[in-house]
Design a protein around this ligand. Structure first.
Ligand SMILES: NC(=O)c1ccc[n+]([C@@H]2O[C@H](COP(=O)([O-])OP(=O)(O)OC[C@H]3O[C@@H](n4cnc5c(N)ncnc54)[C@H](OP(=O)(O)O)[C@@H]3O)[C@@H](O)[C@H]2O)c1
Length: 249
């Protein structure tokens, strides 16, 4: 793909806020049209669409869906193609994140964490693949540094992200040479909104980064942009954007 994303179409899941919104903003700023998927954050999604369409008319459209609805995944891709007539990149960013200690794992927590973090990226990628082949497109999966080294008490989340890392490499083999498939593995970027990391836990995580601070959502977005627009010879790779934390884990 050329450096500028002008004329390109990207589908970003979970794009209404936090890291997803930063990815949407950056890719849009580089010229892309965006099909922004959200689930519950309708207000944020509408606001972001208005803001970006004010900057460039008709450049952002919304699609609402729960990614746990397997049958609806192909419909998300169809929506993007119907609206913008092509897809150049799929960014699998949406994620469920909560602890599942041993003894407390259930079918429901399995379905939710595997469904959002692994199953949806797989079936969205499968649905998008024919369109991406036509455009020599790109898939970017947002994984986690804990795909490699599990986060304590987050058993199902950690293995879902490990699966997503494996999916990244597997799809790179399956979809090449037409489509490149890569990942970005964030470290501490935006704390969960449910208060699950208190100040002590936050400081412990930060002290394990080499750069001694959290990252910014745009740090992840810049890596996504690089993989989409500036990495024509990179596929099957996962870049950690973690202030060096994975070296210290
Ligand atoms: N934040 C970090 O520091 C960090 C660290 C490591 C890895 N990551 C990874 O980076 C990505 C973005 O992180 P984040 O913290 O910004 O994510 P997040 O806020 O936890 O989740 C992003 C979005 O995913 C959507 N989502 C969750 N379950 C869904 C479902 N069943 N169906 C459809 N959408 C669903 C939600 O959309 P709605 O709000 O519209 O419902 C949510 O806004 C994720 O893949 C995450 O695992 C983040």
């Amino acid at each position: 793909m050329p450096e500028s994303l002008s004329g390109k179409v990207v589908l970003v899941t979970g794009g209404a806020k936090r890291v997803g919104a930063a990815i949407v903003r950056r890719l849009h700023r580089e010229g892309a049209s965006v099909m922004l998927h959200y689930r519950g954050s309708e207000r944020e999604a509408n606001a972001l669409r208005s803001e970006l369409n004010a900057a460039r008319a008709n450049s952002v459209a919304l699609v609402q869906a729960d990614l746990l609805d397997l049958a609806g995944l192909a419909e998300i891709v169809r929506n993007a193609v119907n609206r913008f007539e092509r897809i150049d990149a799929l960014v699998n960013n949406a994620s469920a994140f909560f602890p599942t200690p041993v003894g407390e794992m259930t079918q429901a927590t399995w379905e939710s964490l595997i469904g959002a973090n692994l199953r949806a990226p797989l079936f969205l990628s499968q649905a998008a693949a024919p369109h991406l082949k036509k455009t020599n497109g790109v898939i970017v999966n947002i994984t986690d540094i804990h795909a490699e080294r599990p986060l304590k008490n987050y058993v199902i989340y950690s293995i879902a992200k490990a699966g997503l890392a494996g999916l990244t490499r597997s799809l790179a083999r399956e979809l090449g040479p037409e489509v490149r498939v890569n990942g970005v593995a964030p470290g501490p970027i935006a704390w969960p909104e449910d208060g699950s990391f208190d100040e002590v836990a936050r400081q412990r995580v930060i002290s394990n980064t080499i750069l001694r601070r959290t990252g910014d959502p745009d740090d992840v977005a810049r890596a996504v942009y690089y993989l989409i627009a500036e990495a024509p010879y990179v596929t099957g790779q996962i870049i950690a954007v973690d202030g060096g934390r994975s070296i210290n884990l």
